[in-house]
Design a protein around this ligand. Structure first.
Ligand code: FEO
Length: 391
């Protein structure tokens, strides 16, 4: 693939990874991904923003054959899907300097065994001239590592944001229409950015102040109109939770399933939105996306050796680690002879400080009293959700 022009001075380079299905050996990529790099050619200097995953270095190198010599390389982020081809690029351009945030310098040297004298650090707001183009470096810590930053190309008002606003979406489209990118961008936010949503809110203020005309992220398509993705991030990271209950569950002999079915129907009857996930077949990215908006999480679990089912342990850990904004939580489920599942789940969620609503655990098959308790739990949730808008 050849470099693709964005303006007369800016080009997309990079690799589309159509076939990748897992990131970090953890995150499902149902639509693949891309590793975007960009070249900006000023009247005096040429800069390369980021590189590509080391598995695709050759793709980038072939594209660089068609570009003028690179004077500067900017590393916005140390994670290897963007930095992994930097050693090959620096070897190809022995006079080029690598620009990064002060925090990134040691990390780049640690991760890529770079020579220290190749690396130059820039402060937040510092500028570098390419001649007729100016780069302004914008520190955006914790999107999603501590060293992350973006670059604002002042004359063109283009923000190169790296992971920030990215989407795992392999596509031949250089530009993404929001209707298509919305869900991949939300999945990306949920999986990668949500744990840092408080710092993301502060970084969004910086982006708003820049009023970019275009955003070029390092995964997925370029945003010709950045407003929808900025507004969506403001809602995902800083908005009120929605009138949604997420119900991750699993059942071993059918009792927990009977309870989940009754409970979900009771919520729907009361006008509460529900997202239900069977945990032996779940796509964890879909579950993470549902957690972005949920006001309440109710885990459905049978009991395994006194504790929750291991798949529920995993879902609870995920909910705790991603730090979503739900306010209320509960547990429903069953046991054969005894259970500490509620206590285990409550402990696992304690860092998020949700209000724990009265759990409903039944011995063996659920009976009339258990179904009545589920109705009361649905009542409590509907009452607490009053005033919340739909997702
Ligand atoms: Fe796309 Fe955090 O790397």
């Amino acid at each position: 693939m050849r470099p693709r022009p964005i303006t007369d001075r800016v080009q997309w380079l990079g690799a589309i990874d159509w076939d990748r299905r897992l990131f970090d050996s953890l995150i499902p990529l149902p639509q693949g991904t891309s590793y975007n790099a960009y070249v900006v050619q000023g009247s005096e200097k040429t800069v390369l923003f980021d590189t590509v995953d080391p598995t695709m270095t050759e793709v980038l190198v072939r594209q660089l054959d068609q570009e003028p010599p690179i004077d500067l390389v900017v590393a916005h982020h140390v994670e290897q899907d963007h930095s992994g081809s930097i050693p090959a690029v620096l070897e190809r351009y022995p006079a080029a300097k690598l620009i990064c945030s002060p925090k990134a310098k040691g990390m780049l040297i640690d991760h890529l065994a770079l020579a220290e004298d190749r690396v130059v650090t820039v402060e937040d707001g510092e500028t570098v001239s390419l001649g007729n183009r100016t780069l302004r470096f914008i520190h955006t810590p914790w999107v999603h590592w501590p060293e992350t930053m973006g670059t604002f190309l002042e004359e063109d008002r283009i923000l190169f944001s790296c992971d920030f606003f990215g989407s795992h979406l392999a596509t031949s489209d250089l530009y993404g229409e929001w209707a298509r990118v919305h869900r991949p961008a939300k999945r990306y936010y949920a999986e990668i950015m949500m744990p840092f949503r408080k710092t993301i809110v502060r970084n969004l203020e910086k982006v708003r102040a820049l009023a970019p005309a275009m955003i070029c992220p390092s995964h997925g398509p370029v945003y010709r109109d950045p407003e929808p993705v900025i507004a969506a991030y403001e809602d995902w990271a800083g908005g009120e939770p929605k009138n949604v209950v997420v119900v991750p569950y699993i059942s071993m002999h059918g009792s927990t399933k009977l309870m989940v079915d009754h409970f979900v129907a009771a919520l729907i009857d009361r006008g509460v939105g529900v997202e239900q996930f069977e945990l032996s077949t779940v796509d964890l990215g879909e579950l993470a996306m549902a957690l972005v908006d949920a006001a309440t999480v109710v885990l459905g679990t049978p009991t395994v050796i006194l504790g929750p089912h291991p798949h529920v342990v995993q879902a609870t850990y995920l909910a705790s680690a991603l730090k979503p904004k739900f306010r209320w939580a509960s547990v429903i489920g069953s046991y054969g002879w005894g259970s500490k599942a509620v206590e285990h789940i409550g402990e696992a969620l304690s860092g998020l400080k949700p209000e724990i609503l009265e759990p409903v655990m039944c011995k063996g098959l659920p009976r009339a009293a258990d179904f009545e308790a589920l109705e009361r739990l649905a009542d409590q949730i509907a009452e607490r959700h009053q005033g919340l808008v739909s997702a």
